[in-house]
Write a protein that binds this ligand. Structure first.
Ligand code: SIN
Length: 193
């Protein structure tokens, strides 16, 4: 798969024919909402785990020194908490550009947790699959924390991505041992400097 996924997302055109749709955000889309939304609702999706296994060449790192950002990895029984946004397809130009470093649009069932009806919907999610050119894959959380501590890119320090996400997940009462372990390691490394 090419490094830039804009053309693939445009050609596949998933959800282009909808008047409006739910976008499920699980990474920076939770804490940086730089696009128009008509509604937002906390939600989760089943059988996916959030992992800092995706390289970032364009936001939190560079081509020569990629950062590490979140993607979703299939894991039966897992639950990934995030935020769902009601958007229109007009936002795809912006989102495809923002997520161009390996992420493709997929369809997913999602469950809302705010008690409003309906409590389920089909949604769209951007996932950087393991066959994308920027995928870095698994590593011990201590190594991931060290990597994140040293990386930065046009959108700012890689550390800010992780810490902003951890804060946003706490606000959602989300359990995410992977993210919170890396957050803890970053704080420890910072305080012993
Ligand atoms: C997402 O947040 O849903 C996708 C990954 C990212 O942009 O960080």
């Amino acid at each position: 798969m090419p490094l830039n996924t804009i053309d693939i997302n445009r050609q596949q055109g998933h959800f282009n024919d909808r008047a409006q749709l739910w976008l499920f955000g699980y990474g920076s889309l939770i804490f940086k909402v730089d696009f128009p939304v008509q509604d937002c609702r906390p939600a989760y999706i089943h059988n996916w785990s959030r992992r800092f296994w995706q390289g970032s060449h364009d936001h939190r790192g560079t081509l020569d020194a990629p950062g590490r950002v979140a993607t979703l990895i299939r894991e039966p029984g897992a639950c990934c908490v995030g935020m769902a946004y009601m958007i229109t397809p007009a936002v795809f130009d912006h989102l495809d550009m923002r997520e161009k470093n390996g992420y493709l649009r997929f369809s997913t069932p999602l469950t809302f947790t705010d008690g409003r009806a309906p409590d389920q919907a089909e949604g769209l999610v951007y996932i950087a699959t393991e066959d994308n050119a920027a995928f870095l894959g698994p590593a011990p959380e201590a190594d991931i924390a060290r990597h994140i501590a040293g990386a930065q890119g046009p959108s700012g320090p890689n550390r800010d991505y992780l810490l902003n996400l951890a804060d946003a997940l706490r606000a959602l009462n989300a359990e995410d041992p992977h993210v919170f372990a890396i957050e803890q390691l970053l704080h420890e490394a910072h305080s012993t400097r």
